[in-house]
Write a protein that binds this ligand. Structure first.
Ligand code: ADP
Length: 273
């Protein structure tokens, strides 16, 4: 038997101290009740994970649900920016209050807590993971129907710890056609399997560019393989988003709530279950 690391999620030994991966879950604050927690993951940064996370929250809110975003991408926290949030989160004796967007989405992100939102976060993995845990345990989320977690990119130590500490009901994988999609999906699926968390769907972002004049679709980064990959790994739902300059402009100016593309509508409804 190899030396015990006390990380049962990575170990197949059936020893007396074995704990179910779900035993590592942290309890939320008293008064918090979150119906469903969906993590949004990607293989690397810059593929549109924050864009998809925030749009899924906007669509849930538009459908009449109480939606929230927990920004666990601590070193690249872009959720406040896409929602145009610049105020700092307030605290009470009981805990931290999420900041609420104009359409009612509750948000918590490191950028809502730091003095200067352009300061870099130069923390090591365990500190980052600790901050994410606190976003779950110390934030007064109240009643939430759907919480979307913008996960740290990749499948390393930090995302794994986040996976272990939040009660995720499912994950959504965001990829772009220029990535080694198959490898990224396999890693994400393996990580989810280790934690017994279902993969709800894949969003292929920047899948094509639609010419505004003739409507023809150009596959700038190559043809899509996402359907085959989803079938290979038994992932039930797929969506594609185009490269869209208006989408980028609205996200960059903090107006993600004014995006009305229909690319994710069906997908969002299906993954909400
Ligand atoms: P990640 O969270 O994966 O690091 P972001 O969601 O922050 O990526 O997106 C990276 C950049 O790409 C942002 O400036 C965003 O506005 C832009 N972007 C994302 N998706 C699209 C898209 N479909 N069309 C145009 N720009 C996009």
């Amino acid at each position: 038997m190899s030396e015990c690391t006390h990380d049962c999620s990575n170990c197949s030994e059936n020893c007396g101290e074995r704990r179910d991966p779900k035993d590592f879950l942290e309890k939320p604050h008293e008064g918090t009740s979150v119906h469903k927690v969906i993590g949004v993951v990607s293989g690397k940064g810059g593929v549109g994970k924050s864009m998809v996370t925030s749009m899924l929250a906007v669509l849930a809110s538009r459908a009449g649900y109480r939606a929230a975003v927990l920004d666990a991408d601590i070193t690249g926290p872009s959720i406040p920016k896409v929602f145009g949030l610049h105020d700092r989160a307030m605290g009470t004796e009981d805990g931290i209050l999420p900041v609420v967007t104009p359409s009612g989405v509750k948000v918590m992100s490191l950028n809502l807590l730091v003095e200067n939102e352009t300061d870099p976060v130069v923390w090591r993995g365990p500190v980052i993971a600790g901050a994410v845990k606190q976003f779950w345990t110390d934030v007064l989320w109240g009643e939430v129907d759907y919480m979307f977690v913008d996960m740290p990119p990749g499948t390393g130590d930090v995302p794994l710890t986040v996976f272990q500490s939040l009660p995720l009901d499912g994950i959504v994988i965001v990829t772009s056609p220029q990535e080694l999609v198959s490898m990224i999906v396999e890693k994400a699926v393996n990580m989810a399997n280790m934690m017994n968390i279902p993969v709800l769907g894949i969003v292929e972002n920047m899948a094509y560019f639609e010419c505004p004049d003739c409507g023809k679709r150009h596959h700038i980064f190559g043809e899509s393989h996402v359907e085959g990959i989803a079938a290979q790994y038994g992932i039930p739902h797929i969506a594609q988003m185009p490269i869209d300059s208006q989408l980028a402009a609205l996200a960059d100016s903090g107006e993600i709530e004014n995006v009305y593309g229909e690319w994710l509508d069906d997908f969002a409804e299906k993954i909400r279950g």
